[in-house]
Ligand binder design. Structure first.
Ligand code: SF4
Length: 458
C-alpha cells in the first residue's frame, strides 16, 4: 500500500487554499489522503498566525502528536504556514518530534522536504529564492476531490507591502509578488474544462495585483484587466476575489462592477475601524471619509452590491468615541455581514514593536459583543429583504438543516438552504425562490417546473 498523509489546517481562506495545494501536490507524489491520524505516514499541520488562538491550537496539537511519533516508527511530522515561517527554529527546538517546518512560499518544495525527512530530521526549510517559484504547482490530480465542487480558488498574488501596524502577514508571507496573467488564465481554463464555473481570485491584497512595482514580471496586467480576462474564459460564470484593500479600489475596478456581469455583486472590503484616528494608528492609509466615498462609487456602479467587512475592536488607544464611530459606520453602510475580532498583539508587528498597550480586555469584550449584536440585526434585515425574490445558487451539497435539504451560495455570497423535488447535484446552478430568512442563511425552494398537465383549467 502507498504512503498516506493526514492534513490538518486552520486559518484564513488563503491557508485553506494552501492546504488544497498541499493535498494535490502529495497526490502527485503517490500519497493518498487519510482522515485517520493513526494510519498516516505523514502528518502535516498547516497554520495561521494572524491570531494568538490559532497559534495556541497548533502547540496543543503538536504536543499531542509526541506519543504517536513514539508508537509509529518512520512517521514524519511537518508544520507549514505562517506560524512555521515566523517561529521556524523555535518550533523545532520546542517540539523535538517535529521533522520539518516550512513557510507558505515553500509548499512547492514539499516533496524535497519529505525526501530529506525520510533519511534525517531536517531543519527549517527555506529553499525558495525565486519568488515566482511558489506558483509552479501541478494541475489538479485526477484523484483530487475538490471540497467545493464547481468552485475553485486561484492564487493571483501573495504577500503584502503595506505593513499595517497590527498585522504579521508582511513578515510571514513576505513582500507582494504577482503571478503572470498567462499562468493564471491557463489554470482558470483548465479548471473550467473540468466543470468549474466559479473562481475566486486570491491574494493578501488581491487588488494590488499587477500594480507597478520594482521587479514586476512580464505578463502582469492591472487587476481590473485580469478580472475581465478571467470572466471571458468559456465556462466561467462567476468571478469573486478576496481580500482587497480599500486604497486599490480605483475607477477601473469599480467599472468592472458596472459592466462585467460575471463579477458577483458581493465585495468583502475590510474597514477595520470607523475612526480616522484609529485607522491612522493602524497605518491603514485611508480614513473614514475615503472609505465611505469608495463605497458610494461602488454602489453607484452596482446598486445591489452586498458589502461585507472585517473589524478590529479594542485597538490600542481606541476610545469609546472611536468605537462609536465604528458602530455608526457599520450602521450607515449596513454591511450584510462582518468578521469582527478583538485586537490581538502579534509578535514582531509594528504595534508591538512600538509598545502599544491593548485596552482593558473586559472593555474590548463588551465592545465586541455590542458590535456583533448590531451586525446580527443588520444581517437579518438584509436577509429579510431577499424574501420574495429568486436567487441563483451554486449548489454545495447537503444542508446542515437535514430533511433532505440542499445548500449553496447565491451571487451575494449568502448561504441558501433550500428544498427541491428534483435532484440538484453539487457544482450546478439552480434558481431558488426565497421564502424565509435567519441571521445565518436564506431559506427557499426550487420552484416546481410546470408542465402542460399542471396548467390550471380555464
Ligand atoms: S493590507 Fe494590512 S492587514 Fe492586509 S495583509 Fe497587508 S499588512 Fe496585513
Amino acid at each position: 500500500m502507498g504512503r498516506r498523509f493526514h492534513l490538518r489546517t486552520f486559518g484564513c481562506q488563503m491557508n485553506q487554499h494552501d492546504a488544497q495545494k498541499i493535498s494535490n501536490l502529495l497526490l502527485h507524489e503517490g500519497f493518498s489522503a487519510t482522515e485517520e491520524l493513526e494510519s498516516a505516514d505523514l502528518v502535516l499541520i498547516h497554520t495561521c498566525s494572524v491570531r494568538a488562538k490559532a497559534e495556541q491550537k497548533l502547540y496543543s496539537e503538536l504536543g499531542a502528536l509526541s506519543a504517536l511519533k513514539q508508537r509509529r516508527a518512520g512517521l514524519i511530522i511537518g508544520v507549514g504556514g505562517c506560524v512555521a515561517q515566523q517561529e521556524g527554529d523555535r518550533l523545532l527546538a520546542r517540539f523535538p518530534h517535529l521533522d520539518f517546518v516550512f513557510g507558505p512560499q515553500n509548499i512547492v518544495h514539499l516533496p524535497k522536504m519529505i525526501g530529506v525527512a525520510d533519511v534525517q530530521r531536517s531543519l527549517r526549510v527555506d529553499y525558495s529564492e525565486d519568488p515566482q517559484e511558489r506558483f509552479e504547482l501541478p494541475e489538479r490530480h485526477p484523484e483530487y476531490t475538490s471540497p467545493t465542487p464547481g468552485r475553485a480558488f486561484v492564487t493571483v498574488m501573495e504577500g503584502c507591502d503595506l505593513f499595517c501596524s497590527f498585522c504579521v502577514v508582511p513578515r510571514t508571507r513576505g513582500r507582494e509578488v504577482s503571478r503572470p496573467s498567462a499562468s493564471i488564465l491557463g489554470e482558470v481554463r483548465a479548471l473550467a474544462e473540468r466543470g468549474v464555473i466559479e473562481v475566486t481570485l486570491l491574494g493578501q491584497t488581491v487588488n494590488a495585483y499587477g500594480r507597478p512595482r520594482p521587479g514586476r514580471v512580464a505578463g502582469e496586467v492591472a487587476f481590473a484587466e485580469l478580472i475581465r480576462a478571467v470572466a471571458a474564459v468559456p465556462g466561467i460564470q462567476r468571478v469573486r476575489f478576496t481580500s482587497p484593500h480599500p486604497i486599490f479600489v480605483g475607477d477601473d475596478l469599480i467599472a468592472c462592477y458596472a459592466d462585467v456581469p460575471e463579477l458577483c455583486p458581493h465585495l468583502h472590503l475590510p474597514v477595520q475601524s470607523g475612526s480616522s484616528r484609529v485607522l491612522s494608528a493602524m497605518r491603514r492609509r485611508y480614513d473614514r471619509d475615503d472609505y465611505l466615498k469608495r463605497v458610494e462609487r461602488l454602489r453607484r456602479a452596482r446598486a445591489d452590491l452586498a458589502l461585507t467587512t472585517d473589524v478590529i475592536v479594542g485597538f490600542p488607544g481606541e476610545t469609546r468615541e472611536d468605537f462609536e464611530q465604528t458602530l455608526s459606520l457599520v450602521r450607515e453602510l449596513a454591511f450584510v455581514d462582518s468578521f469582527s475580532f478583538k485586537y490581538s498583539p502579534r509578535p514582531g508587528t509594528p504595534a508591538v514593536r512600538a509598545g502599544l498597550e491593548p485596552i482593558d480586555p473586559a472593555e474590548a469584550q463588551s465592545r465586541l459583543e455590542e458590535l456583533q449584536a448590531l451586525q446580527r440585526s443588520l444581517t437579518l434585515a438584509a436577509h429579510e429583504r431577499r424574501v420574495g425574490s429568486s436567487v441563483r445558487v451554486l449548489v454545495e451539497g447537503a444542508s446542515r438543516h437535514g430533511a433532505g435539504q440542499r445548500c449553496g451560495r447565491c451571487p451575494y455570497n449568502r448561504i441558501v438552504n433550500f428544498s427541491s423535488r428534483e435532484p440538484v447535484p453539487a457544482g450546478t446552478l439552480v434558481d431558488v425562490d426565497i421564502h424565509g430568512a435567519t441571521p445565518h442563511s436564506l431559506l427557499g425552494e426550487v420552484p416546481v417546473k410546470r408542465t402542460n398537465l399542471e396548467l390550471p383549467c380555464i
